[in-house]
Design a protein around this ligand. Structure first.
Ligand code: CA
Length: 230
């Protein structure tokens, strides 16, 4: 599980929100956990930042959670959204899924159940064409082999190998990966490539993503290999 992921909890019940944040933080799946107490704050949050998963209460003080969900989808949010609902009625569930939610969890729920759902959706989303990851100032879209700055003002095209290198470094989180591991993961463990090939690709990748390629701040060389600084 990557240590660079971001979660958003949208819940007006402060006690529940705090408890969720505390318990999810203790699991270590997320590097940052943001909170929003109503729909307006939630919509502002997703405009400012990419979240990997959003937990969204259905009963918010200013608007219906399903409407918030719909507006997030309209605004281009593609991350998994899990609705938290007190109402165990089929109607609510169906409208929630219609609004673009991926799943729903009925209150009261066990933390282990919620966490299992969150992880399942993360895994699923990672494999999908919609996956977007935050890397420094970029939104990284592996399926499109692209890095996007801001709202698409600038797009950087990546090769398949560059995409695979970034994706692997992102996956392991803020940890150093040895050249041998990276070679194996990107080119295959039986491929007849040398670390020189990897270094060439890293060099080209830095030319594309670093402000100052000779003084890398994102894709960092460490004594044991390479590390992605999120
Ligand atoms: Ca509520």
């Amino acid at each position: 599980m990557s240590g660079t992921r971001a979660l958003l909890i949208v819940e007006d019940d402060e006690l529940l929100r705090r408890a969720l944040k505390e318990q999810l933080a203790a699991q270590g799946d997320f590097a940052t956990i943001d909170e929003a107490e109503d729909g307006a704050a939630a919509l502002a949050s997703v405009k400012a930042k990419v979240f990997d998963v959003i937990l969204l209460d259905i009963g918010l003080p200013d608007m219906d959670g399903r409407e918030v969900c719909q507006r997030m989808r309209d605004a281009g949010v593609r991350s998994p959204i899990i609705m938290l609902t007190a109402a165990d009625s089929e109607d609510d569930t169906i409208t929630g899924l219609d609004a673009g939610a991926n799943d729903y969890v009925t209150k009261p729920f066990r933390m282990s159940v919620l966490l299992a759902r969150v992880r399942a959706h993360l895994r699923q989303h990672d494999q999908s064409d919609d996956a977007i990851f935050s890397v420094g100032p970029y939104k990284f879209q592996p399926a499109a082999k692209m890095l996007v700055v801001g709202n698409g003002q600038k797009k950087i095209r990546l090769t398949e190998k560059e995409t695979a290198i970034l994706k692997y470094l992102y996956r392991v989180g803020n940890k150093t990966v040895s050249r041998e591991t990276l070679l194996g993961e990107v080119w295959g463990y039986n491929a007849a490539v040398t670390t020189h090939t990897l270094e060439t690709h890293i060099y080209r990748l830095r030319q594309k993503i670093e402000v100052e390629p000779s003084a890398a701040r994102l894709l960092i060389t460490e004594p044991g290999g390479y590390r992605l600084n999120p």
